[in-house]
Design a protein around this ligand. Structure first.
Ligand code: LMR
Length: 394
């Protein structure tokens, strides 16, 4: 058996992390994996997380199993953070999952378990793991256009045209905010148009929201998610606390399933718990408990929100500075899309050769599709990147 295994191509983002670590140059710049770094290049434990962990150590008396769907208080705190009261009463089922990736996987498992001939529509481009998980599970996929390579904005006409083909019951995987890998996001009126289309086609939105608070603010970044939750009879949401709570390695996330009515919610909730049991039994609790303590304790919550705002504003400042350096060096406004993008990422539109050139000649690492992690920059490296972008001829 073990000699019959098929080798898999390495995950491009994780492979890049390793190549960067192995590069001996001291002035190398990591704009690869989507991890927030402060000006000193450190991914800090957030203040509120440290404080909650201290309180947890002092007060936690047992580590016996919690609930199969995760700690109920964590599930409701996350429901409130994501949805406020947009979905109305009693329709929302929530289960903790091991990170946003675990939630995506559980969402696709749920769809498979429902045993419908369902297609999942993927944004083109999307986070590569969406595609590999769906393909691993044997879920049929189709793509919808999302990014206009010329303007570096959303190709909304293309998106709508493609999604007109969605069938009743198909799942449409959408990025709730801070699109990964492009940084291009839907405007409020585009979410409205999309909601109308999905409702008309009977398609079910599946929102991946991994960067709430990194774009325009906690509530602003949930706009599309809440709009769809208020309109659609059914919906799935995979949410991650890796980035906005900085809990990457604790694997903290939730899968939310919005049922058509309160009467059908208990079965949905039981199914989420059942699927947890089949895949990993009880979900990880440490990160979840920390998040719940932060969200439900006013002093921790306000400190967390303040730090998250600093992180968000820091990234916006880096975007402004990078665009202005590029304006100066290119004598044009062709890189201004960087200020329109939101979140950690921007796809800057370099060819694979230029990406390689940036890595080999300049020690600047970005994902092969020319996605940069803006949070990997600081005021010293912004001009270095800008000059290198001009030098390689982007
Ligand atoms: C990324 O897109 O870089 C992050 O979501 C990290 C990952 O797991 O790929």
């Amino acid at each position: 058996m073990l000699t019959d295994l098929t080798p898999q191509p390495p995950d491009k983002i994780l492979q890049l992390m390793q190549i960067f670590r192995d590069d001996p140059r001291t002035d190398k710049i990591d704009l690869g994996v989507g991890v927030y770094k402060n000006a000193e290049g450190v991914t800090p434990v957030m203040r509120a997380v440290k404080a909650a962990e201290r309180r947890l150590v002092e007060t936690q008396e047992t580590k016996t199993y919690t609930n199969l769907r995760g700690d109920p208080a964590y599930c409701s705190a996350m429901r409130e953070l994501l949805l406020k009261d947009s979905a109305g009463d009693g329709r929302v089922a929530v289960a903790a999952a091991p990170g946003g990736t675990g939630a995506i996987r559980q969402g696709l498992e749920l769809m498979r378990y429902a045993d419908r001939a369902t297609t999942v529509w993927m944004s083109s481009p999307t986070w590569p793991n969406h595609l590999t998980i769906a393909s691993y599970l044997g879920v049929p996929m189709r793509e919808y256009r999302y990014f206009d390579a010329a303007t570096r904005d959303v190709d909304f006409d293309g998106m709508i045209e493609d999604l007109e083909d969605a069938k009743n019951g198909d799942l449409v995987l959408l990025h709730g905010c801070c699109h990964n890998p492009t940084g291009a996001n839907l405007a409020a009126e585009q979410w409205e148009t999309l909601a109308d289309l999905l409702a008309r086609r009977g398609a079910i939105p599946f929102i991946d929201i991994a960067y709430q608070g990194f774009g325009d603010g906690l509530d602003e970044d949930a706009f599309g998610t809440r709009l769809l939750a208020s309109r659609m009879p059914e919906m799935l949401i995979a949410a991650s606390c890796s980035k906005n709570f900085g809990l990457y390695r604790e694997r903290t996330g939730v899968l939310v399933a919005i049922a058509p009515d309160a009467g059908s919610r208990p079965l949905v909730q039981d199914t989420l718990a059942y699927l947890n049991r089949q895949n990993f039994s009880f979900p990880p609790d440490h990160g979840a408990r920390v998040v719940q303590m932060i969200l439900d304790t006013p002093d921790l919550r306000s400190d967390w929100q303040a730090e998250l705002e600093d992180v968000r504003n820091g990234m916006l400042g880096l975007r402004e500075r990078l665009a202005s350096e590029l304006r100066m060096r290119s004598n044009s406004e062709r890189f201004d899309f960087i200020t329109r993008h939101r979140g950690m990422f921007s796809r800057i539109g370099a060819t694979p050769e230029q990406v390689l050139d940036l890595r080999e000649r300049h020690g600047i690492y970005m994902v092969g599709d020319s996605r940069i992690n803006v949070a990997g920059l600081n005021s010293d490296t912004v001009p270095v990147l800008a000059q290198a972008i001009i030098d390689v001829g982007i």
